[in-house]
Design a protein around this ligand. Sequence first.
Ligand SMILES: Nc1ncnc2c1ncn2[C@@H]1O[C@H](COP(=O)(O)OP(=O)(O)OP(=O)(O)O)[C@@H](O)[C@H]1O
Ligand SMILES: [Mg+2]
Length: 253
Amino acid sequence: MALLDIKGLRQRFGGVAALDGADVSVEQGRITGLIGPNGAGKTTLFNAVTGALRPDSGTVTFDGTDITGWRPDRLAEIGLSRTFQIARGLAQLTVIENLMLYGKRQQGETFCAAVLRGKAVRAREEELRGRAIEVARELDIIHVGDNRAIDLSGGQKKLLELGRALMAAPKLIMLDEPAAGINPTLAKKLGEHILALKVRGLTFLIVEHNMGLVAALCDHVVVLAQGKRLAEGRFAELRADRRVQDIYMGHRA
Ligand SMILES: Nc1ncnc2c1ncn2[C@@H]1O[C@H](COP(=O)(O)OP(=O)(O)OP(=O)(O)O)[C@@H](O)[C@H]1O
Ligand SMILES: [Mg+2]
């Protein structure tokens, strides 16, 4: 059984069928790539799965649970995270503070906990700080842990975005164009971190236009065109697929 199984997902914007019955499944422990031309519906699919949009129809199953239309905080609780660009307001916070903001919400906060608030909050903060330091170490951004997010390099910002997704201790991380706007050296480094996380047992669904990175990272690739799955397989197979070349690679492969 797939960890994430998307079936017949539809999403319209006025007259545009951004998703027109999309089927995508993501196997546990793999890095799955989602590629396709501009406007194919890749970001819409992410938004419809992660609670930013409510799909018109179709089902999304995660780890055996129907999660169609769930809100992002509930998704994070069952282990599905996605990355977001660092919002302007948070750019003034440090790396560690940014990570702490995205820690898993305290389970079972009760009346008793509320009574003991002072103590509980302090203990919680220490725990979150510990986890944030662990994540920053893992991603090699611990040396800039006390720097403001706004002062980070482009590559470090991408690592911080990944780190925020990791704070929720996810099973699956969805990344929309993780390498966009960073140079090839940093993209390669980001790719190495993603591979290391996969070795540790994490599963990924990645939208990416950088085909070198898709080839290097992805175990399996799904091609989306006009809101539907056109083809899927290993990247090398897809490169040789005439239909894929026609819609996506313009016969370059
Ligand atoms: N909020 C919205 N309102 C109206 N139309 C939208 C909205 N979001 C996306 N669309 C349309 O839906 C279609 C799919 O867009 P989407 O952003 O999902 O494509 P994409 O595959 O992510 O493309 P890219 O590779 O350029 O990021 C496009 O025609 C786009 O114009
Ligand atoms: Mg997009």
